[in-house]
Unconditional design. Structure first.
Length: 96
């Protein structure tokens, strides 16, 4: 996967994918620990966790790759972009 896709992707896409996949694996561990402790989160914390556990960020990174985009960090940090991005992630994880 790395050789065929990440190395061939544009720099920002590759970096975002690697960072987001790493964060995803961390959140999977967090969710497993919460389940092990039988701990239930409040709604805001659950939403924050669920956004990340759905792996939608990595899917969006793959969409950028497939469309041959290279969105810079300032786009990913723009409040309007973040609002739309989060809304799309919420849509995916709530129906999943």
């Amino acid at each position: 996967f790395y050789v065929n896709h990440i190395q061939k992707g544009r720099p920002n896409v590759a970096r975002h994918f690697i960072e987001n996949f790493y964060k995803y694996t961390e959140v999977v561990e967090t969710e497993a620990k919460l389940r092990e402790k039988n701990e239930v989160l409040d709604i805001p914390d659950y939403v924050a966790l669920r956004r990340e556990i759905s792996a939608v960020r990595t899917c969006f990174d793959l969409v950028e790759y497939c469309l041959d985009l290279d969105l810079p960090d300032y786009v990913h940090k723009d409040p309007i972009f973040v609002c739309g991005y989060n809304a799309a992630m919420d849509l995916v994880f709530w129906v999943n």
